[in-house]
Design a protein around this ligand. Sequence first.
Ligand SMILES: C[S@@+](CC[C@H](N)C(=O)[O-])C[C@H]1O[C@@H](n2cnc3c(N)ncnc32)[C@H](O)[C@@H]1O
Length: 220
Amino acid sequence: MMPRVLEPELMDDPEQALAYAKADFEEENQGFVDLFRRSYPDITEGHVLDLGCGPADIPIRLARALPGCRVTGVDGSQAMIRLAQDAVKAAGLSDRITLRCERFQSLTPQEPADAGVSNSLLHHVPNPLQFWYHLKNLVKPGSFVLVMDLLRPESPEAAQVIVDRYAKDEPAILRRDFYNSLLAAFTEDEVASQLAELNLSRLLIDVPDDRHWVVGGRIY
Ligand SMILES: C[S@@+](CC[C@H](N)C(=O)[O-])C[C@H]1O[C@@H](n2cnc3c(N)ncnc32)[C@H](O)[C@@H]1O
C-alpha cells in the first residue's frame, strides 16, 4: 500500500476553488444528503454543522431537504467562502445558512450543533485525530454525525485509473486535484484506527463503492 502523500490543507487558490465550485458533484453530494436523511429520519429541526463546506453545495442541499433546520458551513478558504456566499444568496437561503471562514481547529463550541456532517475534508487535514476530536466537541453529546471521504488506492497507478474512470472529461485542474486527493486520503483501516484512538469506535464505517468510505452514528 502506498503511503499517504499530503496535499495543501486549504483550497485557497481562487482558480482551484472556482473549478471545484463549477464541477458537477450532484450525484455525490445529493447522495450524501439522501444518506443523511435515510440514516437519521428524526432530524427535522435544529442546527447542522458542515465542516469543510467548500462552495456550500451540501449546506444548500441539506437546507432544502430539511426545511426546519439551520445549517452552518465552515471553511478555512476565503476563496471558497466567497463562492459559498454567492451560492447561498442565489439559492435564497441566507436566512437559514450561516457561513464561517475559519479552520475547524480554531472554532470554539460556543453553541454546539445538533448534528455534524463533513464530506471530502479529512484527506486535507495533516493530523486526522484533530478532525475527530473537534467534530466531537462541536456537536452536542450523542448527536448524529455523517462523514464521508475518499479511500486511498493501493498505488499511484490505481489512483490514475480512478481519475480516468470518474473524471475523464473534467478540466485538468480538477483531475489534478482529484488525483492528489486520492493520494492524500486514508484507508478504511486507518480511519478505524483513528476512531479507536479517540474512543469513537461505536461509530460505524462503511465502504459504499470503490473510492469512498462513510462513517456514521452517534458521537459521544
Ligand atoms: C474537497 S473540498 C470539499 C467541499 C465540500 N465539503 C463538498 O463536498 O463539496 C474540501 C474543503 O475543505 C476545506 N478545508 C481544508 N482544511 C480545512 C480546515 N482545517 N478547516 C476548514 N476547512 C478546511 C478546503 O478549503 C476545501 O474547501
